[in-house]
Design a protein around this ligand. Structure first.
Ligand code: BDP
Length: 325
């Protein structure tokens, strides 16, 4: 009897500290981000991580890996699907190769303005879309602002869609974006973001398209001086988690993470607006030729056929997005 007690006591002395230690060890989740530290999406990631840490009392720690340290977007998305990377913030463009209905959200000239886009993303349609990513291996968490994308090139000022004819334009790894560039009579070249600068510099491509923050932050403006503000697409950014790795957490922790991502949106949007302004100021100061496009009628007309070739599922979603007032 006495010996039994002693054995139990020894066991407890070993187990209790081990259990306490296990409890004290935080759950660490890795988040992959293409952009460098300080870029508005990266700041949004940091805010998301801060909220998760605070609300979980330090039990859940999100480590942000900026600057494509964990790979370029397409490869990162694959790894999130396998559970090798826990979280990422990406553009919905490359994600649409995995989840085709996302294309509905990046159709050219779809949103009337940024307010319209945010009503869609934060409302029922946006929430429904986030929830529908699970069968593809992702948990949709929240949206970030990615502004409007426009063309830039190293050759000439592009003032009308016809001026784009024949130019080799880099696009994200996205069928829809390839179709868009073709609709303008240009030649689409899919390429990872990290290769665009040297592509422009060596002349492998003549141009690319992106929002002002990316045009500036990735220094593309140094090697492609003509920036045409045609604003052909507003492509939302998205935060997704791996169904495999987040699936190991309790339902309560998953909900906490979802809520934190959603609650980081407004902070990110404010950072975005400030950085758009800064980027435009910088590229103008650097001597870039900025070509405003106050009348977009011709641009809008050129891409209309793209709306007819979408699947029924996407066309239905587009109609619902357009109906949001
Ligand atoms: C930027 C997006 C980034 C994309 C990049 C691109 O924020 O996620 O990867 O465009 O064009 O605007 O690849």
């Amino acid at each position: 009897m006495k010996r039994m007690h002693k054995a139990a006591l020894i066991l407890m002395l070993i187990l209790v500290p081990a259990m306490l230690f296990a409890q004290a060890k935080p759950i660490v989740l890795r988040l992959a981000e293409t952009h460098p530290k300080g870029y508005p999406t990266e700041l949004g990631d940091e805010e998301f991580a801060r909220l998760v840490k605070e609300r979980s009392g330090g039990r859940i720690v999100i480590e942000v890996y900026p600057g494509s340290q964990l790979g370029e977007e397409k490869a990162v998305i694959e790894q999130v699907q396998f559970g090798a990377i826990d979280l990422t913030r990406v553009s919905i463009s490359p994600l649409a190769s995995f989840v085709p209905k996302l294309n509905a959200f990046q159709m050219p000239y779809l949103y009337r303005d940024s307010d319209h886009m945010w009503k869609v993303l934060k409302g029922d349609i946006g929430k429904e879309l986030l929830a529908s990513l699970e069968p593809f291996g992702f948990i949709g968490l929240g949206w970030f602002d990615g502004g409007a994308r426009s063309f830039y090139n190293s050759k000439k000022p592009v003032r009308t869609p016809a001026d784009l004819k024949g130019l080799k334009i880099r696009v994200q790894e996205s069928e829809l974006m390839m179709g868009l560039v073709r609709a303008f009579g240009a030649v689409p070249t899919p390429m990872p973001y990290g290769e665009v600068y040297s592509g422009l510099q060596t002349g492998v491509i003549d141009g690319a398209e992106n929002n002002p923050p990316s045009y500036f932050s990735a220094s593309h403006y140094e090697v492609a001086k003509y920036y045409t503000l045609d604003e052909h697409t507003m492509v939302p950014e998205i935060i997704i988690g791996s169904k495999i790795s987040l699936g190991r957490l309790s339902k309560a922790d998953q909900d906490l993470i979802k809520q934190a991502a959603f609650d980081a949106i407004d902070y990110q949007r404010a950072q975005w607006a400030a950085y758009v302004k800064l980027s435009m100021d910088k590229v103008i100061a650097a001597g870039c030729t900025i070509i405003p496009v106050p009348d977009k009628t011709e641009w809008i007309k050129t891409v209309q056929p793209m709306y007819k070739t979408q699947s029924k599922e996407i066309q239905d979603l587009i109609a619902r997005i357009q109906a949001v007032k």
